[in-house]
Design a protein around this ligand. Sequence first.
Ligand code: 5AD
Ligand code: SF4
Length: 445
Amino acid sequence: MNVYDSEQMLARLKPLGYQPSASMEKADLIIVNTCAIREKPVQKVFSFLGRLPHLKHKNPDLIIAVGGCVAQQEGTAILKRMPHVDLVFGTHAIGRLADNVRRIALKKHRIVDIEMSPDIDSINSVAPENYNQNVSRFVTIMRGCDNYCTYCVVPYVRGREISRSPHLIVEEIRSLVNSGVREVVLLGQNVNSYGKKEGTVTFAQLLTQIAAIKDLYRIRFTTSHPADLGDDLIASFQTDAKLCHHIHLPVQSGSDKILKRMNRKYTRASYQKKIDKLRAVCPEIAITSDIIVGFPGETEHDFKETCNLLERVEYDGLFVFKYSDRPNAPASRFSEKVSEGEKQERLAAILALQERYTVKKNRALVGSEEIILVEGFSKQHHDYDHHEAAIQYSGRLSSNKIVNFVMHGDKDTALKHGEGPGLKGKLIRVKIENALAHSLKGAAV
Ligand code: 5AD
Ligand code: SF4
């Protein structure tokens, strides 16, 4: 979401003459876009900001701005703590960014703009550009969240759930496709409730509209809340050819007691039922999840239940987080806090357990031929030897797994690929030859 918001900021500053800069030393404006989801990213924001004053000594006209969820949460406190910051703008102030920057440049006063406005289409009103010629792009389709999971800060810093108008989303994706984009990742805290408040279209219907866009090859989305995942969206995995075979379905815990305290509104059994349905309509679907370890009151028994759920589901991949208290989130006032040591142990145990399944799922693909969307060169693309040349590309399977593959040929052909757009943005068939821990290796067929 922050990647998308940063692109929106960039698009709004362009009319003022700003362009992306390769180094902070040369910049006239530095925007720090922040995340408040856990304690660690918030600490990072302040340590990063703490390293900026010397740049202002070198360039007194430099404007330093802090945006995003930490800005929304801390507001004026950031100006007090960081005298070199000029602008603090919240999650709903992106539409006013250019105005605020212009005012600061003219008058040199400091501004805090953390007003929350319900007009989502004004936040997202600028047509994005494809600066980096990316094949895949994020597109925010809704903002905010009304779920109030007890550990989560999002409803407080991103406000009430609001959906963008479907026609604006379709238009935006069309313009991205015209600039070479072939895949979009639709973003929302809970895409299942897309359009419900506004009474426009359902998420499954939005997917159908987007799928009709010519030259768009793939659609992904995140995140789907397990309590709201409906049969219509499950059916889309069977009926919608452009919808990738991957779902991120954060479970957070395998213990019903903890799920209740988290206010997740589903049980372990109802969650497993949805997984079964997904696999029934789309047997090859990749399923990933988020887990929080050390939520207040999580006993060794609760944790074992989470481990057991992992063994049952066999996820393709997992993000695991140590619980941290967030301001305003009710769980910060819950008793029975789990010690840091225990959280660390549980985190390590669950990562080790998951590693088995990640590797198992990757190994199962070895020997098969799969279609990937090529995203560009992989990091080590320049290994030419004297006679035979090989270019290494990188792409993704429908399941979102990364495949690095080699294009063999003579040096001239390889160089030609290297100069031109080559295979980037194309769907190609590869044979999977090798499974590494977090990626696959293959060869173009
Ligand atoms: N502590 C730890 N992890 C959290 N997440 C959200 N809030 C917290 C918190 N207070 C995790 C959840 C969510 C992911 C984006 O971040 O697992 O799905
Ligand atoms: Fe946070 Fe829950 Fe909303 Fe996700 S669904 S953003 S975890 S409150």
